[in-house]
Design a protein around this ligand. Structure first.
Ligand SMILES: [Fe+2]
Length: 406
């Protein structure tokens, strides 16, 4: 694909790159340096990998890939190049001692950043956006890793909300989504990842969709009937607790349940419903494609969406009345990604980027499913209608919720 040019945005992109660096750096400082050598999720690298990976990506993609600069630390360029997503049971078995000292990693990071900053005007916007969005995506997945660490290993930020917000209990209410066109994908000439192209229209038959995401309280009935307990729930004597980022709270019954795609599918079947397809979700959230957000064109605010780091955890499903679509579906954006029933594949006409061929295509295996929307730890930049997320059906660590369709 030809590189796209948006030259007037370059300086703002540089500012945003600095912001994204500071944001991710602060996440690493939530834990002590020695904790960076822990592996909170067996299927992912140790935290120290990510401390080097974000800038190794920028080096490999921008300094080497665009500017053709000679490597100053080729072993680090390779060591920190690629994340992992192994088949179940194929987790890596490296030792903490296999990884370099934090100070060495930091020197690599600093030199990489200085090199890229000095050449920022020579980097095409599309490539800069790739690095920027890559970093924002990791800002979220880093939270998934940190979430798995025991609370005593993390320093909570000064200002964060821990206790559940009291909100009226919600019951499942349904809305009709009229049949009609949905616009999938990103328009040519706009930035997007390879899996967002080409843009195309799909006609969606009329269907029903729940106003709200499924709550912990609703899912509790499924668990009582023998269904699998969500990964983020933990038992304390007779009652269920929710593992928040910085501690455990009594299960907030009116907050969305965080589930795997398998659990979501099983729950939906138990409830006499199903998950929406990607096209149905798109139709419900964006109608015929004439609005920028589910609620309209006004930008996201905390009242409209639990998105862009407004907090660290889920909030009640009724907390964002201002997010309602014309049909009344709330929180289509924010407060947890929503699983679809659609396996992750390229759209007809998909072409991988020559400079990052495996970004999506490596996951077109039928084992990964599309998620839409976003979580409280998703950067606003990623909250465009065409953005697609994907994970394995049984992967339990991300902020993934569900909404019933019928
Ligand atoms: Fe990455």
């Amino acid at each position: 694909m030809d590189a796209l040019e948006f030259p007037r945005a370059a300086y703002r992109l540089h500012d945003e790159l600095r912001t994204a660096r500071a944001h991710a750096d602060a996440l690493f400082r939530l834990v002590a340096p020695e904790t960076l050598y822990a592996r909170p999720i067996a299927d992912r690298h140790r935290l120290i990998f990510y401390a080097g990976h974000l800038d190794a990506f920028d080096w490999n993609q921008l300094a080497r890939g665009v500017l053709d600069l000679p490597a100053f630390a080729p072993s680090f360029d390779r060591l920190f190049e690629a994340g992992i997503d192994p088949e179940p049971g194929q987790a890596p078995d490296d030792d903490a001692g296999d990884w370099p000292a934090l100070a060495e990693v930091q020197r690599y990071v600093e030199r990489t950043r200085a090199t890229i900053d000095a050449a920022i005007d020579r980097l095409p916007s599309e490539r800069l956006l790739t690095a920027l969005e890559h970093r924002w995506m990791h800002a979220e997945t880093l939270c998934y890793l940190l979430h798995e660490l025991p609370p005593e290993l993390k320093r909570a930020p000064d200002r964060f909300r821990h206790e559940p917000i009291l909100a009226p209990a919600t019951t499942t209410a349904w809305t009709n989504i009229p049949g009609g066109p949905a616009q999938l994908g990103q328009r040519a000439g706009q930035f997007g990842w390879d899996n967002e192209f080409p843009a195309h229209e799909v006609t969606v038959p009329e269907f029903r969709l729940a106003h709200h995401k499924v709550t912990n309280g609703e899912y509790l009935g499924f668990v009582a009937a023998g269904g699998p307990a969500p990964h983020f729930w933990t038992r304390a004597g007779e009652r269920w607790m929710l593992r928040r980022m910085f501690g455990h709270v009594p299960l907030p019954l009116n907050e969305p349940v965080l589930v795997t795609q398998r659990q979501a599918t099983a729950y939906a079947g138990w409830a006499g419903a199903r998950l929406p397809t990607e096209a149905e979700w798109q139709r419900a959230a964006y109608g015929a494609g004439h609005r920028s957000y589910p609620w309209g064109d006004a930008p996201p605010t905390e009242a409209r969406a639990q998105l862009d780091f407004t907090g660290w955890d889920t909030v009640p499903v009724g907390a964002n009345r201002a997010s309602a679509t014309p049909e009344g579906a709330e929180q289509m954006l924010g407060n947890g990604w929503e699983w679809t029933s659609t396996p992750f594949h390229g759209y007809a006409g998909f072409r991988p980027r020559t400079y990052y061929p495996g970004y999506s295509a490596n996951f077109f295996d039928g084992a990964h499913f599309v998620l839409k929307g976003g979580s409280v730890r998703t950067a606003a930049r990623l909250a465009r209608p065409s953005f697609r997320n994907w994970f394995r059906a049984e992967y339990p660590y991300m902020y993934a919720t569900m909404r019933l369709a019928a």
